[in-house]
Ligand binder design. Structure first.
Ligand code: NAP
Length: 260
């Protein structure tokens, strides 16, 4: 299937590591130009080098996305350098454990600031471009938005809000033919997931238990499988799909417990 993404420009926040890295590489493989936004200079340079070595194009922008002005700068730099924006993948996030009992109001606020605000800011500033090019937005949320996890109020609240905004923006932007969808991972081995897993003393046992509860194949979802869905949603091949929450999780969230 030709996704018709050649030379189209897509911003991918957190695009140098984990799920974001897989999305960036898939976009480049399709001939699109990913704009990798992240705070790690080494990771950004590494992915840029990899894409360019394979003959692709990529723009690497180092940014900590906490402030609205930073998102505005990312959008402006993208347009100044590449001349257009065809889509935004809001992906950067941190499961930072700002819980109810163990957390406090300041940590909760900080977590929402880190995980949620830039999803809005990025699309707000990119909107004129998205309207001009009938663009597509993909919000990467988390199963915690619908299942809970415990001990991570700020992250779960942000992930839930991302799903609400997906539907809200899909409605608001439908008149412009701009589509907005969410992709919901559950268990994907990434640097973020490794960090979370390492908080358990019985790490291997915990992982074994999680994997044994994933119905399809008793295995983790691959980052490339999240990327494939995301890139499809960015392409015009999904032209009549909007406001959807796509669970790419091997049946983890929805299957009857008796199945596992
Ligand atoms: P990851 O391995 O940590 O990669 C995320 C990237 O985003 C990192 O490079 C990180 O930078 C960057 N980032 C985070 N916050 C940022 C900020 N404020 N400004 C700039 N860069 C920022 O995470 P991942 O597992 O791929 O997760 C990607 C998305 O999937 C997240 O939204 C997460 O909630 C969601 N998700 C993942 C899983 C899973 O199983 N992995 C499950 C459900 C949902 P640093 O390296 O500097 O931290």
């Amino acid at each position: 299937m030709d996704l018709k993404l050649k030379n189209k420009v897509f911003i991918v926040t957190g695009g140098a590591k984990g799920i974001g890295e897989a999305i960036t590489l898939e976009l480049a493989a399709e001939g699109a130009i990913p704009v990798v936004v992240g705070r790690s200079v080494a990771a950004g340079e590494a992915i840029e080098k990899k894409i360019k070595a394979a003959g692709g194009q990529c723009l690497n922008i180092i940014a900590e996305l906490g402030e609205a002005e930073v998102c505005q700068r990312v959008v402006e730099e993208t347009v100044a350098t590449l001349g257009r924006i065809d889509g935004v993948v809001n992906n950067a996030g941190v499961n930072d454990g700002a819980g109810l009992e163990e957390g406090d109001p300041a940590r909760f606020r900080q977590s929402v600031m880190t995980n949620l605000m830039h999803y809005y800011d990025m699309v707000h500033y990119a909107l004129p471009q998205l309207k001009e090019h009938k663009g597509s937005v993909v919000n990467v949320s988390s199963k915690t938005a619908v299942t809970g996890q415990g001990g991570t109020s700020g992250y779960a609240a942000s992930k839930g809000a991302q799903l609400a905004l997906t539907r809200e923006w899909a409605v608001e932007l439908a008149p412009y033919d701009v589509r907005v969808n969410a992709v919901i991972p559950a268990e994907v081995m990434t640097p973020l997931y490794e960090t979370w897993l390492n908080t358990f003393e019985n790490r291997e046992e915990k992982l074994k238990n999680i994997v044994s509860n994933i119905p399809l194949g008793k295995r983790m979802t691959e980052a490339e499988e999240i990327a494939a869905m995301t890139v499809f949603l960015l392409s015009e091949r999904s032209a009549h799909t909007t406001g959807q929450w796509l669970f790419v999780d091997g049946g983890y969230v929805h299957f009857d417990r008796s199945v596992t």
